[in-house]
Design a binder for this molecule. Structure first.
Ligand code: HEC
Ligand code: HEC
Length: 281
């Protein structure tokens, strides 16, 4: 009897331990997906007043560009129109390589090139969180690919980082800014993809949407055209509140309403990394 009691206490402790670890994983995924990763910035439908939260992740914006005509997929747990039938391995493969379970490469607007760097733990956290997303039945139009879709990886972001690399603030900032795909929006496109080696962070990409037109800005250390003269506090305010140095409001798709939840240490790291981005005038 006593023995049985001990055994069941041990079993209970293990079960509670696992449940606890799982909820920590879901919490981490929630922090990432609804914060710095800003998945909903594309996957949640947008109304005149911003994201429609009741329809979170059920399929969002659409793009008609030279390489593709696509809508952001329904990534809720709906089995018919979402990713409820995908295995964890299917989701991880898509995130890391861009390849869907039917062997097609997803449109490169989905920033998979920026997730090669994601740590195993963060990738598991994202998947664990996605499993908790309420299923919503919503069929988005099928994608049209006008040319082969390729990965356009930021130099230094080719391989998964490890947790131990995060003790260095600049490395951690590079990691966070990469999974946030800051440089996808802030680096101009050349004939062979984004000009990461020559114009990293120089801005100049146009975005059209319900907000009108916005153009991504120069976030290099240039003192005249970039953020080289800005204080850390000014940079943080722009990222998390969408207020530029001169006090004007920034427009979407700059994801400041997602970035508002970025923790202070992570924000320090992102700024530490931005300070290393060479000036481009
Ligand atoms: C810049 C916009 C954008 C962001 C940010 C984005 N996605 Fe996507 N995602 C898309 C688009 C567009 C598609 C559909 C591409 C296609 O049909 O080829 C897609 C496809 C997917 C798919 C494949 C679904 C399917 O049915 O084929 C998954 C899973 C996914 N995204 C998850 C995520 C997660 C998780 C995040 C955040 C870590 C994220 N996405 C961030 C635009 C985005
Ligand atoms: C989906 C595209 C997109 C992503 C991702 C994005 N930005 Fe932006 N960002 C923009 C656009 C567009 C603007 C300009 C908005 C405007 O002019 O109203 C902007 C503005 C800014 C500004 C203000 C600069 C100024 O001169 O006022 C800063 C700083 C900035 N972004 C930093 C970042 C950082 C850091 C990240 C990653 C954590 C990031 N952005 C991710 C599109 C993006």
């Amino acid at each position: 009897m006593f023995r049985f009691f001990i055994a069941s206490v041990a079993a209970l402790a293990i079960t509670v331990g696992i449940a606890h670890a799982e909820s920590d994983l879901v919490k981490r995924g929630d922090y990432l997906v609804n914060g710095i990763l800003a998945c909903g910035n594309c996957h949640t439908p947008r109304g005149p007043n911003g994201d429609i939260v009741e329809k979170a992740f059920s399929g969002g914006g659409s793009w008609d560009e030279p390489p593709f005509k696509v809508s952001a997929a329904n990534i809720t747990q709906d089995k018919e129109t979402g990713i409820g039938n995908w295995t964890d391995a299917d989701i991880k493969k898509l995130m890391r390589t861009g390849e869907t379970p039917n062997g097609v490469h997803t449109a490169m607007i989905m920033p998979t090139s920026f997730y090669h760097i994601m740590t195993e733990h963060d990738l598991a956290a994202v998947v664990a969180y996605l499993r908790t997303v309420t299923p919503i039945n919503n069929k988005v139009p099928d994608p049209i690919y006008k040319m082969p879709q390729v990965e356009n990886v930021l130099p230094g972001g080719e391989k998964p980082f490890t947790e131990s690399m995060m003790s260095d603030s600049v490395t951690k900032g590079f990691y966070l800014a990469t999974i946030a795909h800051c440089m996808a929006c802030h680096t101009p496109m050349g004939p062979r993809g984004r000009e990461f080696t020559t114009k990293l962070g120089a801005g100049g990409i146009e975005f059209r949407g319900p907000w009108g037109v916005s153009v991504s800005r120069n976030i290099t250390q240039s003192k005249t055209k970039g953020i080289g003269e800005w204080t850390d506090a000014e940079i943080k305010r722009a990222i998390t509140q969408g207020i530029s140095r001169d006090g004007t409001r920034l427009k979407p798709p700059m994801g400041f309403h997602y970035y508002a939840t970025i923790g202070p240490d992570d924000l320090d790291a992102v700024v530490a990394y931005l300070r290393t981005v060479p000036a481009q005038d």
